[in-house]
Design a binder for this molecule. Structure first.
Ligand code: IPE
Ligand code: IPE
Ligand code: MG
Length: 233
């Protein structure tokens, strides 16, 4: 079975999972965080090389303040409890997205985890936090425009490769497979540039229920696809 190198995941359905059990939404987020660990471990074990998960979108600030606080408190806990394993298992952690709207504690924990793991090579683990695909494109454009203004590049140097380098994922190969849980069939402003040629897998399973077996099922579906990239086969 062909295993994708890079998997991107829109982890959705935490709230509905909790509601179904008459529990507060935040319990869904807590359970969801546990699943992240399981999926990360399994992905690495079966030979995936990079995992990029959508944890908080630029639009998620529209949620109740209390829910947002819980999400970030789970994030800090998650990072603290996982740093040792990142180091032991040679996993490189990176947060992608804006950094200017987080509390000091969140920023510090993110930076600390990134610094600890920056030279790790066996696996890349990206967490999209205050991330929006449109923001990413505008941000790359700003960086490129600045270089043009200071004459370090000219407009003739701007091509897809250069643009890619200025996007959050940088030189990492684009996701081969995008998984979205909870039955929604949309991108919700995730990696709109990088998903240009990814295979999509949608499942009705809510994220807190998405286990190893579901991951295997998604990969099996991926391995049966015929990726033509516009050519004839
Ligand atoms: C995904 O689950 C987690 C985040 C967006 C942080 P949701 O919280 O969106 O759960 P539903 O979609 O309301 O069920
Ligand atoms: C997308 O889920 C964002 C994350 C999973 C972090 P949402 O639940 O926010 O997306 P919509 O509102 O269904 O589009
Ligand atoms: Mg949702």
């Amino acid at each position: 079975m062909e295993v994708p190198y890079h998997i991107a995941v829109i982890m959705d359905g935490n709230g509905r999972w909790a509601r179904k059990r008459m529990l507060p939404r935040v319990v869904g987020h807590r359970q969801g965080a546990k699943r992240v660990k399981e999926i990360l471990r399994e992905a690495k074990r079966i030979g995936v090389g990079a995992l990029t998960i959508f944890a908080f979108s630029t639009e998620n600030w529209n949620r109740p303040k209390k829910e947002i606080e819980f999400i970030f408190s789970y994030l800090v806990k998650f990072l603290k409890s996982y740093q040792k394993e990142f180091i032991k298992k040679d996993i490189k952690f990176k947060a992608i997205g804006r950094r200017d709207r987080f509390s000091k504690e969140v920023i510090e924990e993110i930076k600390k985890t990134e610094d600890f793991t920056k030279d790790n090579k066996s696996f890349i683990f990206n967490v999209a936090l205050d991330y929006g695909g449109k923001w990413d494109i505008v941000n790359a454009t700003k960086k490129i425009a600045k270089k043009c203004i200071t004459n370090s590049i000219s407009d003739k140097d701007i091509d897809e490769e250069l643009f890619n380098k200025h996007m959050s994922l940088g030189d990492i190969p684009a996701p081969d497979l995008l998984i979205r849980t909870s039955g929604e069939k949309r991108i919700s402003n995730f990696l709109i540039w990088d998903l240009a040629y990814s295979e999509f897998y949608f499942t009705p399973i809510f994220w807190p229920e998405f286990d190893k077996e579901h991951l295997h099922k998604a990969i099996k579906s991926y391995s049966q696809r015929n990726r033509r990239f516009g050519a004839v086969q």
